[in-house]
Design a protein around this ligand. Structure first.
Ligand code: 4AD
Ligand code: MG
Length: 461
């Protein structure tokens, strides 16, 4: 590999109890976080991004007068440091590098905003190109990466095929009409447009992936989705990533079992692979410092299940004044969802069997004729983490429901075809990656879970 002559800080951590590594020659590179000296000795903290921890470089100005230059290196500069690896078991950090040479690679202008002082998350949103240099985002984006890896790993090791549905599509899967149009014209004459018809960015890969479940049995998608909802909340983004598994020969029970197994697998993976990052979130983003304990408990307990009807009863009996009043038949808002999981259940909960009138056309109608075999997984601090359902596999029932909802059959004939050609019961769900990160880190705002957030009236570079 290219980096051969350089050691990663992460690698050095594996040597921290290895006496044979002591005093060996090491060379590292990275960005200066802090640099201070007392005229004789200097201490430079350097981050190379390989792990949450920085490395301390010590330079002796008395012994090496040329280090007077190193003392001038400002926060934010990039450096290349050679020296000896020194074990310091009694100090705050287990090792340091005693510098022999410090090369300044890139200078840093004095208006670099990422100085040592703590910045608010709001301020950091204004500099998305620089915030990865902070501890918070160093940790956040590593958790995000590890989580993405764990998601793929969970599905791949459980026999799921990875399908990549199109991002440009001709239909709005949820029937909600909140799509971004894709056009090369200014006049909205879509017949003369690039595709010869109205095209939009996908709101969900589900409809395109169902055909694959009916060929491969177990499949999943994992990619970006786009919604033009004008919701300015801490849990809504206009561009977000969704994981959507789809399983054949499966009902809602099987679906919920899969949701629970996946969430638990990912919690364990992140706790195990990001211990420093999670300790940081536990310390800095959770008032009670119980984030890790709560996640550990969730990974080791069964999720509760409750019907929508039961949840509405609990909300009505709660004596709470909600901003949006509740009655059977209304769509639950985040405040209701959070009350149920935070105050009643105190943990993740599946709400099942929602009224059909507030749910999508493809959800399977229950025998009562009023509700559908749908399920949302609600979690504390976030509300809805996952939305899923058993799909309507009966051709006549599906078509009748589409007609009832005024959905154009023509453009979804292909989708209905699946119900004529070897239809089987099947189910699936969608989990929003950024909401999962909110849940795992407690960071509080979806704008801080994604490299470059897109929300209403906000598209910075
Ligand atoms: O509940 P939703 O809308 O379900 C679907 O799109 C289905 N087609 C999924 C399926 O069954 N295959 O969205 C699924 C999840 C939500 O539970 C939420 O976590 C996330 O996607 N989500 C959003 N995340 C961030 N910003 C938004 N605007 C989101 N809208 C949905
Ligand atoms: Mg939903």
């Amino acid at each position: 590999m290219l980096r051969n002559q350089y050691k990663l800080v992460k690698e050095l951590y594996t040597l921290k109890n290895d006496p044979t590594a002591a005093n060996s020659d090491v060379r590292i590179r990275g960005w200066v976080k802090t640099n201070r000296n007392n005229g004789h000795i200097g201490f430079m903290s350097v981050s190379d991004g390989s792990c949450f921890e920085n490395i301390q470089v010590v330079y002796n100005i008395d012994e090496h007068p040329e280090f007077a230059d190193a003392a001038k290196i400002a926060t934010g500069c990039s450096v290349d440091v050679s020296g000896k690896f020194i074990l310091t078991p009694d100090a705050k950090q287990p090792f340091e590098v005693a510098a022999e040479e410090v090369i300044l690679l890139g200078t840093c202008d004095s208006d670099f905003p990422m100085q040592k002082k703590r910045h608010s998350l709001e301020f950091l949103r204004e500099v998305p190109h620089l915030r990865p240099r902070t501890n918070t985002f160093n940790a956040l984006f590593r958790v995000r990466s590890v989580l993405c890896g764990a998601i793929h790993e969970f599905f791949q090791t459980n026999g799921f095929l990875y399908i990549t549905p199109p991002l440009i599509t001709g239909n709005d899967a949820e029937g909600a009409g909140e799509v971004f149009t894709v056009t090369t014209r200014e006049d909205g004459d879509y017949e003369k447009d690039f595709f010869g018809k109205h095209a939009c960015l996908t709101v969900s890969g589900q409809l395109h992936v169902e055909p694959f479940a009916l060929a491969y049995d177990k499949v999943y998608t994992f990619g970006p989705t786009f919604r033009a909802e004008n919701s300015n909340t801490t849990t809504h983004a206009s561009e977000f990533w969704m994981v959507e598994p789809e399983i054949a020969f499966a009902d809602l029970e099987d679906d919920m079992e899969l949701m629970e197994a996946m969430v638990k697998y990912c919690i364990n993976a992140v706790l195990e692979r990001c211990p420093s990052e999670m300790a940081f979130f536990n310390q800095m983003f959770d008032k009670e410092h119980t984030l890790i304990d709560r996640l550990t408990a969730v990974a080791n307990s069964e999720f509760k299940v409750m019907t929508y009807t039961e949840a509405v009863d609990l909300l009505l009996k709660s004596g709470r004044e909600f901003q949006y009043p509740v009655e059977w038949g209304v769509d639950l808002k985040t405040e209701h969802e959070r009350y149920i999981c935070e105050e009643v259940v105190k943990g993740p909960v599946f709400l099942t069997d929602y009224p059909k009138d507030i749910k999508a056309f493809y959800m399977r109608i229950n025998d009562d004729g009023k509700t559908v075999a749908a399920c949302d997984c609600l979690v504390p601090g976030v509300g809805e983490l996952i939305g899923g359902s058993q799909r309507e596999e009966r051709y006549d029932v599906l078509v009748a429901r589409m007609e009832e909802m005024g959905i154009e059959l023509d453009s979804l004939k292909w989708y209905c075809d699946l119900r004529r050609f070897g239809s089987v019961k099947h189910a699936g769900f969608g989990l929003g990656l950024e909401r999962f990160i909110l849940y795992l880190t407690n960071i509080g705002n979806i704008r801080d879970t994604i490299p470059y957030a897109r929300t209403p009236r906000n598209l910075m570079f």
